[in-house]
Design a protein around this ligand. Structure first.
Ligand code: FAD
Length: 292
């Protein structure tokens, strides 16, 4: 099988870039369900798909398994995520070698969050402390890797200030990252301001907005707690009107995300990255909405 093309080659497309994010399921039943989702999403023809990396345990192996499946069975360009959590430099190099040998050329390069129940991130023995160090390690190991890194339009929760967080983001790019994918957000103004501030400090690489259709009030509240994403009062009000009707809530969430994507593209965003939570329905509805 041919090597994946670097995602950076897609930046000059004359149409918006579309990528989808999967997470590795816990068991074989989940893998089959994901296969069904991938089959349903084939008609969307995403430019690439990414597969998240767990904080530890067996789902980490599944990141490789799912990436291999999505490449082999569906012919998709994949971008497995990799984090520093719990890995020595030697282990990270070994994972990098395995991906490279398999033809993978794109990696989402992250520090990662500590496993559940552990409050603070601590580097593993002979491990790495920050994503910029992983960018450096991967580039030194395989210079033809195309690396994405995470950006936070509403600031990384642990960063002492926005300025410091942006400087840290710039360090990741200066070390060799080819593009930034953002944390999800529900209010486009925060993305537009973020891009402005990135450009002002000399971050010139493409910044791909991360969008998760807000399909229920519970979901947006959880995201607000986890990532600090502001939930506009208008969105809360619209989701409240759905009451217990999940179909109506989903319709509202898809409509909201559609409005976000249309505005982002109209304002010059290079494309969009969809956090689809391994489900096809919302992504297909969004694609249909965008094509209309
Ligand atoms: P870093 O860029 O290292 O930043 C972490 C913190 O340290 C920030 O506050 C930053 O300002 C600060 N910092 C950075 N560099 C330095 C430095 N050199 N010196 C001092 N301070 C510094 N998590 C997972 O576990 N698995 C995944 O698959 C995953 N995928 C993600 C995908 C995207 C698109 C996003 C946005 C997040 C993802 N996450 C994932 C979550 C991410 O791992 C967490 O947000 C984590 O807390 C930070 O990771 P990072 O790569 O942004 O870290």
């Amino acid at each position: 099988m041919e090597n994946d093309r670097p995602i950076s080659e897609l930046f000059s497309l004359s149409r918006p870039l579309c990528s989808l994010e999967f997470f590795p399921p816990k068991d074989d039943t989940g893998v089959q369900a994901l296969r069904d989702t991938a089959a349903a999403l084939k008609k969307l023809a995403p430019d690439f798909v990414s597969v998240t990396y767990g904080a530890g345990g067996s789902t980490r192996e599944r990141t490789t398994q799912i990436s291999t499946m999505l490449r082999g069975e569906f012919g998709l360009t994949v971008m497995p995520h990799l984090t520093c959590v719990g890995h020595s430099r030697a282990e990270l190099n070994e994972i990098a070698d395995r991906h490279h040998a398999a033809g993978i050329r794109n990696i989402m390069t992250l520090r990662g969050d500590p496993p559940k129940g552990v409050a603070e991130f601590k580097p593993a023995p002979d491990g790495l402390s920050y994503a910029n160090e992983l960018v450096c390690l991967l580039k030194a190991r395989h210079s033809d890797f195309c690396l994405g890194v995470a950006g936070y339009p509403e600031k990384h929760p642990q960063a002492p200030s926005f300025e410091i967080d942006l400087d840290n983001l710039k360090r990741k790019v200066d070390t060799g990252a080819a593009f930034i994918t953002t944390q999800l957000f529900f209010d486009n103004d925060v993305f537009h301001r973020f891009v402005e501030r990135c450009r002002a400090i000399g971050i010139t690489v493409p910044i791909v907005p991360g969008i998760m259709p807000p399909l229920s009030l519970n979901q947006v509240r959880r995201m607000n707690q986890l990532s600090g994403s502001i939930v506009p009062a208008k969105l809360i009000h619209r989701l409240e009107t759905a009451g217990d009707n999940t179909d109506v809530a989903e319709f509202i969430g898809i409509d909201w995300a559609l409005g976000q994507i249309r505005d982002l593209l109209a304002q010059g965003a290079i494309g969009y990255h969809l956090y689809i939570l391994n489900r096809a329905k919302a992504a297909l509805a969004l694609a249909a909405g965008l094509a209309a």
